[in-house]
Design a protein around this ligand. Structure first.
Ligand code: CA
Length: 246
């Protein structure tokens, strides 16, 4: 009798452990599923688009500087750190890597001129607008061109971005609304790494690596996601071109 009554308890316990494990696993989870319109970089199709890409010069430098944003508001900071390191801009010492110098999301605001634009506490709370992204970058010795989508066009964006992605020494950052490309969900910033002409798609190196893989997105869809209003700024999102200051 004892054995018989004990057995269901064990079974129930096992079921409970498995069930909790599944719930826990979902909570900490793998990257979220992509909508059909997006192509994961790490898929056979994504690989093919990269191998056939005609504008991927920026991928090589960005890929070795690819970082995950350290909090959910730091997409802009993570993107700028990648670009500044890729451009070889003189970096401050990183406390965790002393005596080596590199830009990190922790030391990005060590520069007094950067703090004057926006404090890290404000960015931690609310992220940044496209304009602030441009100003924060401009607190370092780089040349920055900010394009709000309202003042540009898909054709201009495609032309400038494809040219840039084919050249060394400069980079493209995009500021877009995730929900417009079927992702979760608000405003986001990440670097572009490549373009595939045949499919008219750009590769976004998404810095929220805990959430999504890098994706190939159609130029049209990306443009529509940039052609949205950032309520904090009261202006449209868009893109930024960054290069070494001559
Ligand atoms: Ca470039």
């Amino acid at each position: 009798m004892r054995h018989k009554t004990f057995q269901p308890t064990v079974t129930f316990s096992r079921w409970l452990i498995v069930a909790l494990g599944m719930v826990g696993g979902m909570a900490i989870s793998q990257p979220l599923a992509l909508p059909p319109a997006l192509i994961a970089f790490n898929s056979p199709k994504g690989e093919e688009l990269f191998l056939k890409s005609n504008a991927r010069d920026d991928y090589w430098n960005l890929s070795i500087q690819f970082v995950t944003q350290i909090n959910q508001a730091y997409c802009g900071v993570a993107s700028m750190v990648m670009v500044l390191n890729s451009l070889g801009i003189p970096a401050p010492t990183a406390s965790q890597y002393q005596p080596y110098r590199t830009f990190t999301q922790e030391n990005f605001f060590d520069n007094p001129a950067t703090q004057q634009v926006l404090s890290p506490n404000v960015v931690r709370r609310q992220g940044m607008t496209l304009e602030e992204l441009g100003k924060l970058l401009g607190s370092y010795p780089v040349t920055v061109q900010v394009y709000h989508s309202a003042d540009s066009s898909l054709e201009e964006f495609r032309r400038l971005a494809v040219k840039n992605l084919s050249q060394p020494g400069n980079f493209v950052l995009v500021n877009y609304l995730r929900s417009k490309i079927g992702q979760e969900r608000g405003g986001h910033i990440s670097p572009l790494a490549a373009y595939n002409r045949e499919s008219d798609r750009f590769l976004i190196l998404d810095v929220a690596r805990y959430k999504y893989p890098p994706v190939w997105v159609s130029a049209q869809d990306l443009w529509q996601a940039m052609a949205t209003t950032d309520p904090t700024a009261g202006k449209t999102r868009g893109f930024v071109l960054v290069s070494r200051r001559q």
